[in-house]
Design a protein around this ligand. Structure first.
Ligand SMILES: Nc1ncnc2c1ncn2[C@@H]1O[C@H](COP(=O)(O)OP(=O)(O)OP(=O)(O)O)[C@@H](O)[C@H]1O
Ligand SMILES: [Mg+2]
Length: 498
């Protein structure tokens, strides 16, 4: 299959999210879709995959104009998309989700479906238990499920919107090998939306770049079969950044603030995890300090963070926060004393779909029982300006691009917290936005907050952490000297080599 998009336009009110996009995607090619937050990438991909109609323009498959009326029709035409935030159904099992949405979903026998599911997962080395509930899966596994579901439906073009955020390096390798195989052996078109330029350079044959709704460039990626040198990668990255932002970004290093008194301590706590043999963990966070938690997804770091915020069970040991024992306290109690937990699942836990930005502001304002809408509205506008959010106060949260949703979430953090426990705070952000968010977070450190965060981005961990704790299968190891630790070394540590 070959695809051509002609003169695609899409407006949301005053925003011209896609402004006359013309592009072709050829069979067997892996194409990166790049651009800063809010550039129009997801919009274009949703149009191609039938999730929303274009205002104008044409989609041609093998030189024939196609008219879609929804994602099911797009899939019938061979185009399937993995959304930025997975669309699976939480209360169902893996197998039920696999069957659901299939053309012959209701007639397909469960045993047949299960056989097909395990055949596909085995082929790609995915680890999916058919009888596990979706609610118990990691982000990576939910994405794997969505991929095999679309493949089973016979798609020939697979669109992935930021598939590598929130998954481990190992899971990423498995995914990329699967995608390469699908492009090479089956001639599939793979479209990859990503902010991770290394990933794009590694995987893609070519890229197209969007900026403010316009298509601003196309570029072939250097061939990787002979091995990419770090000089080639660095040079390609620089060229991509210039295309994305219209300028070169300066590199700056992070400021370090004086480390103050202990704010939070985990004293030999054993957190409850049904899947892992969690070892006792001791960790003290001081005012002004940034503590990074490294590890492959599901190595215990997520559960540890939730337990610290009193959102997960602690089997033994003690937690101290702000001078008090909080082992048996609730998150609400910690929150009132200045501890804030920021969840990775933006639209599930952090933000509330259907509510506007102003309404989100109202939720975090102090005067809950009597909302002063004028004041809340003003605060919302000033947050939008301060955090450079592309969106309006009256927009509902799901109208914003993924990166802008993340900015809203960060913007809702209080100004003077004592402790921030943040799951993947820059997940889905472009390079420039991620730096901006860290500037905001470090400003809280300067005012005395301690930060505990996790990330699958090793460079982010090494750049912003004062100390790093590596999680592997429930065991924990503190990196002796972060400043002397390379990304490569950290990569080995998260693989359990300690
Ligand atoms: N349903 C919607 N209603 C209103 N505005 C929307 C809607 N969807 C997208 N937009 C706006 O269109 C613009 C492009 O959004 P889009 O989601 O395509 O960006 P993106 O390139 O995917 O960004 P990100 O990297 O942050 O995910 C943004 O300004 C966004 O706020
Ligand atoms: Mg997007």
């Amino acid at each position: 299959m070959d695809i051509e998009l002609r003169n695609i336009h899409k407006r949301f009110g005053a925003i011209h999210a896609n402004n006359d996009i013309n592009v072709q995607f050829s069979h067997g090619r892996i194409v990166g879709i790049l651009g800063e937050n809010g550039a129009g990438k997801s919009t274009l991909m949703k149009i191609l995959s039938g999730f929303q109609p274009a205002d104008a323009g044409e989609i041609l498959i093998d030189d024939r104009t196609i008219d879609y009326t929804g994602p099911t029709a797009a899939i019938a035409n061979g185009i399937g998309m993995l959304q930025q935030d997975p669309l699976d159904v939480g209360a169902f099992t893996v197998l039920e989700n696999f069957i659901y949405g299939g053309a012959d979903g209701l007639t397909l026998q469960r045993s047949q479906a299960e056989a097909r599911l395990s055949e596909l997962t085995a082929r790609f080395g995915f680890e999916l238990d058919p009888h596990q509930l979706i609610d118990n899966l990691l982000i990576a596994q939910r994405q794997q499920l969505e991929i095999v579901r679309l493949l089973a439906l016979g798609v020939e073009t697979l669109i992935l919107d930021e598939p590598t955020t929130g998954i481990s390096a190992e899971q990423k390798d498995i995914l990329f090998n699967a995608l390469r195989e699908l492009a090479r052996d089956e001639g599939m078109i793979i479209l990859l939306v990503s902010h991770k330029l290394e990933d794009v350079i590694d995987l893609c044959d070519e890229v197209v770049v969007l900026r403010a709704g316009l298509m601003v460039g196309e570029m072939e990626m250097p061939a990787s079969d002979s091995g990419l040198t770090s000089a080639i990668i660095a040079e390609t990255k620089q060229r991509l950044v210039t295309m994305m932002f219209g300028e070169e970004l300066e590199t700056h290093s992070r400021p370090h603030y004086e480390i103050g008194a202990p704010v939070f301590a985990a004293e030999a706590i054993v957190v409850h995890d049904p899947r892992l043999d969690m070892q006792p963990i001791s960790l003290t966070a001081h005012a002004g300090e940034v503590i990074g938690l490294a590890g492959l997804g599901g190595s215990g770091q997520e559960i540890f963070m939730r337990a610290c915020a009193r959102l997960g069970r602690v089997n033994s040991g003690a937690l101290r926060f702000d001078g008090a024992d909080v082992t048996g306290a609730s998150y609400r109690h910690l929150f009132r004393r200045g501890c804030v937990f920021g969840a990775a699942g933006r639209l599930e836990e952090g933000l509330i779909a259907g509510l506007t930005l102003t309404e989100h502001s109202a939720l975090v304002s102090d005067d809950k029982l009597q909302i002063d809408w004028k004041l809340v509205g003003e605060r919302t506008v000033s947050r939008i300006n301060h955090y450079r959010i592309k969106g309006r106060a009256a927009d509902t949260i799901e109208q914003l691009s993924g990166g802008n949703q993340q900015r809203v979430l960060i913007g809702l953090l209080p100004d003077d917290p004592k402790l921030l426990i943040l799951e993947q705070p820059t997940r889905g952000l472009d390079v420039d936005s991620a730096r901006w968010i860290w500037t905001q977070l470090l400003e809280r450190c300067r005012r005395g907050a301690a930060i505990i965060f996790n990330s699958s981005d090793l460079e982010e961990l090494v750049t912003f952490s004062d100390r790093i704790f590596v999680f592997y299968a429930g065991r924990v190891y503190e990196v002796p000297d972060v400043a002397q630790t390379s990304i490569d070394e950290l990569g080995h540590l998260i693989g359990g080599e300690f």
